[in-house]
Design a protein around this ligand. Structure first.
Ligand SMILES: Nc1nc2c(c(=O)[nH]1)N[C@H]1C(S)=C(S)[C@@H](COP(=O)(O)OP(=O)(O)OC[C@H]3O[C@@H](n4cnc5c(=O)[nH]c(N)nc54)[C@H](O)[C@@H]3O)O[C@H]1N2
Ligand SMILES: Nc1nc2c(c(=O)[nH]1)N[C@H]1C(S)=C(S)[C@@H](COP(=O)(O)OP(=O)(O)OC[C@H]3O[C@@H](n4cnc5c(=O)[nH]c(N)nc54)[C@H](O)[C@@H]3O)O[C@H]1N2
Ligand SMILES: [Mo]
Length: 764
């Protein structure tokens, strides 16, 4: 069986231009790049109002990433990519009613994400009846009645699933999971299933909490910061400012990444004169161009060197006090690493022993170490044990629960962490479900629901018939595009709550609805007056987000309105939950959250404080580990080599500088030197000559997996690029067709979209 890339243009159709990659990030071009689209896309007044309110204490939280806010805010507390996200959301351009009769579903299926996003904001609910070729406008009440009728006709509530994308704020997330559970299902998959699920799984198991053990101010106190599998220059640009500050305060920084990423090399701070005219700050003191998936071997090799150093000078290297009081498993770990095969480490990492020695020496020298990571670690088959090895290394020298040290997964979507805290998860622990039961008086379902990958499997097998999505673009985001699209098209009803068009509006069930909603920047007036929402960032700080812009259209409903009105239509007054009260005044939602979710007591008062409040975190605050034994667990994990047959490469799927997940802001990737095209594959020059290809060749990329299916992404242009040997990179979502649905991380079921075995064939 062959599965081909289903849609969009190809390299041949792009007006692609390729130049040299950049060796520094941000600076003046960053600022101008952010202002131009904002000013042209939104008009001067709306742009200025929006940008000046972004990330301010009385403004709204940037919708781009989950990076934390400093205590002292600058006038411009946004980055280039935050400005793009705002422009994209707050554009006054809207999709006219005539669009729906002019464009059939078949026509929408031929468009790529860039075209779809550029059509403007969705402003009226539309419905595609069974057997019809077009969407048509529908009233809000009719839309809710239609969904309610369908949901209530299902044989079991588990035939429906309720997906969430991580932009959803706490208040919406809480009422949404409450509705799903009152309806009777734990089918609450979310984007986190494809994102940091491996992090949550690993950290909850070994330290009892799945969240970062640091706070913002820890960066400037650290001696060493190791940045693994993360591209902050593009995906968390405000982190560069913090790295610059840490550097000034004396920290060393090490980057571990197969690609040479501009933001990890040098940073020119646009807020400073020196950043505008000077050379900027060099970021990485050491750059390890590791092979894809080699991080577990690297962590084990460093830990082994730490243990060897302790053996050489007993009592001087390990933090014995911390290990004795707070950890278990050291002896087994030591024994296991004694046999670590250095050759296997070098093959897995592609690094030299000297490079690993150097990092180990830095680690042993530093009193306070932070390790950060993102998708480069979580989206691999062995992601969960890899993250456990990071924790092992940190624990050896007590780098947890003290200032300037800790584990720092950097979350993606701006409220993905908060959504999980609010109960968006297919397997919330019994304590949460018990609390819901006490508060609302109904018995929530206890069986585990589907995650994103299992949701696709369930659609494919006809077990799920209705898919409701609160934001996001599952079709674009999930792996195995060909297989996943077929699965989704088996649905009886698909519903998308969205701000803008994307592929999930074209790949739909027999019946489909699009419900347009207000963006986070837009003022939300309900019966009791203007409302605000709140979010949790990557370091578990919760704060309010106050919208400042007039909604682009009068007919839009807020997400809370949509969820609560749907709940009323479906459940009527079953269980006596006051959905109408929730909609009228979001304080009443926060009162309920305060009684159900630990750490949210007095929520309504605390969230109104200037800086919001921090959620409690045992390991971070007091070295208290809520594991079954009360100790942090040092684990033993088997090193498993990723084997690649001759003539093949490992391919990772990454973000360009001008995209937000499946949203493409433009076809450029400035830092990597790519303009006007996305059908490119970055390959190491030595690999090219060995494989008999050259820069500029147009190839079809075939992925190879145990199931024997031939998955093909057609007509990609090869770019000779500084990436680790044996490793290639292409953009997601274009390359998702190559990632098999069944290739997932053990333990977290996250698609392994950063290590796909591929071969190239010259395109015909
Ligand atoms: N502007 C913008 N901001 C965003 C997003 C966006 O799309 N655009 N997305 C948001 C979301 S949801 C998320 S999750 C984050 C994602 O943030 P990132 O994780 O930075 O995103 P990716 O582009 O997937 O980059 C992965 C990085 O890991 C490296 N890498 C890949 N595989 C490996 C490996 O095996 N080992 C190591 N050491 N490195 C590896 C890649 O070369 C790349 O630099 O960003 C968030 N912020
Ligand atoms: N191959 C590969 N696949 C990946 C990844 C990868 O690195 N490689 N990364 C994965 C990761 S980390 C993630 S998080 C997922 C992302 O998966 P998703 O979260 O499902 O996808 P997004 O592209 O972020 O969703 C964008 C859509 O959200 C809607 N939207 C935007 N703002 C709002 C709002 O305020 N309200 C509502 N209701 N809707 C809104 C818009 O319609 C927009 O088109 O993709 C994953 N997929
Ligand atoms: Mo993500």
């Amino acid at each position: 069986m062959t599965i081909e890339k289903p849609v969009g243009r190809s390299a041949a159709e792009d007006e692609l231009k390729v130049g040299a990659p950049k060796v520094w990030a941000a600076g003046v071009p960053g600022v101008t790049h952010s202002m131009i689209p904002a000013l042209t896309g939104m008009g001067v007044g709306r742009a200025a109002k929006g940008l000046l309110a972004m990330n301010q204490k009385d403004g709204f939280d940037c919708m781009s990433c989950a990076w934390e806010d400093p205590t002292e805010r600058k006038t411009f507390e946004f980055c280039e990519n935050g400005a793009k996200a705002l422009t994209w959301e707050a554009t006054p351009l809207t999709v006219p009613t005539s669009f729906w009769s002019e464009h059939s579903i078949d026509d929408l299926l031929t468009k790529d994400e860039y075209w779809l996003g550029m059509q403007g904001r969705l402003v009226e609910p539309v419905y595609k009846p069974a057997g019809k070729s077009h969407y048509q406008p529908i009233g809000w009440d009719d839309a809710f009645a239609l969904i309610a009728k369908k949901l209530n006709s299902l044989d079991s509530p588990d035939e429906a699933a309720f997906y969430t994308s991580g932009r959803t704020p706490n208040e919406t997330a809480f009422v949404y999971q409450l509705f799903a559970r009152a309806f009777g299902t734990n089918n609450l998959p979310d984007c986190s299933n494809m994102c940091h699920e491996s992090t949550g799984t690993a950290m909850s198991e070994v330290i009892g909490v799945g969240k970062a053990t640091i706070v913002y101010s820890d960066f400037e106190k650290a001696d060493l910061i190791i940045i693994m599998g993360q591209n902050p220059g593009t995906n968390h640009p405000r982190m560069l400012t913090v790295l610059e500050e840490a550097k000034r305060a004396g920290a060393e920084i090490v980057a571990v990444n197969p690609l040479l990423e501009a933001g990890l090399i040098r940073y020119k701070n646009p807020q400073k004169v020196g950043g505008i005219i000077g050379r900027g700050t060099g970021i990485a003191d050491q750059y390890l161009q590791i092979r894809l998936g080699g991080d577990m071997a690297l962590m084990q090799a460093i830990s082994k060197r730490v243990l060897d150093a302790e053996d050489a000078n007993p009592g001087t290297v390990l933090d014995h006090d911390f290990l004795e009081k707070h950890c278990e498993g050291l002896a087994e770990f030591r024994e296991h690493l004694a046999d670590l095969d250095e050759e296997a480490v070098l093959t897995a990492t592609g690094l030299t022993s000297a490079e690993i020695d150097e990092l180990a020496a830095r680690y042993v020298k530093a009193d306070k170490v932070i390790i950060t990571w993102a998708m480069g670690l979580t989206q691999h088959k062995r992601a969960v044990p890899t993250i456990k090895e990071i924790i092992n290394l940190l624990l050896l020298r007590g780098n947890m629960g003290k200032p300037g040290a800790g584990a720092s997964p950097i979350r993606g979507h701006s409220n993905v962490q908060g959504d999980r805290t609010m109960g968006i998860w297919e397997k919330m622990p019994p304590a949460f479900l018990d609390a819901l039961q006490r508060e609302f008086g109904f018995d929530p379902p206890r069986e585990e629901g589907v995650d994103a990958v299992n949701g696709i499997r369930a659609m494919r097998d006809g077990r799920i018939k209705v898919w409701f999505a609160l934001g996001g673009n599952l079709v674009g985001a999930i792996s195995d595009t060909g297989v996943s699209e077929d699965a989704i098209q088996q649905l009886e009803l698909s519903v998308q709550v969205s701000t803008k068009l994307n592929r999930s509006h074209a790949v739909i069930g027999e019946e489909a609805l699009i419900l347009p909603t207000m963006g986070r920047s837009e003022i939300d007036i309900q019966a009791d007056g203007e409302q605000f929402v709140s979010v949790e960032d990557t370091v578990a700080a919760v704060h309010a987000s106050y919208p400042k812009l007039t909604p682009v259209a009068p007919n839009l409903l807020s997400e809370v309105s949509i969820v609560t009105r749907l709940a009323r239509a479906v459940l009527d007054d079953k269980y006596g939950i006051d959905w109408a009260g929730f909609e009228r005044n979001y304080d009443t939602i926060r009162d309920r959250i305060a009684r159900v979710v630990p750490g949210f007591d007095d929520y309504n008062r605390k969230v109104r404080q200037d800086d919001g409040f921090m959620l409690p975190h045992g390991p971070r605050d007091s070295r208290t580990f809520p594991t079954p034994t009360g100790k942090a667990i040092i684990t033993v994990n088997d090193l498993e080599a990723l084997t690649v047959p001759p003539g093949r490469l490992l391919l990772q799927t990454v973000r360009s500088h001008d995209q937000f997940n499946t949203t493409t802001y433009s076809l450029n990737d400035r830092y990597r030197g790519v303009k006007k095209g996305r059908h490119v594959v970055f390959v190491n020059a030595d690999d090219l000559s060995e494989l008999g290809f050259a820069d500029g060749d147009i190839v079809d990329i075939h992925s190879e997996f145990a199931d024997g299916v031939d998955r093909v992404a057609k007509r990609f242009r090869i770019i000779s690029y500084p990436t680790a040997k044996g490793c290639a990179a292409a953009y997601f979502p274009e390359a998702n067709v190559l990632v098999p649905l069944d290739a997932t991380a053990e333990g977290s079921n996250t698609p392994a979209s950063k290590s796909v075995v591929v071969r190239f064939e010259r395109a015909g």
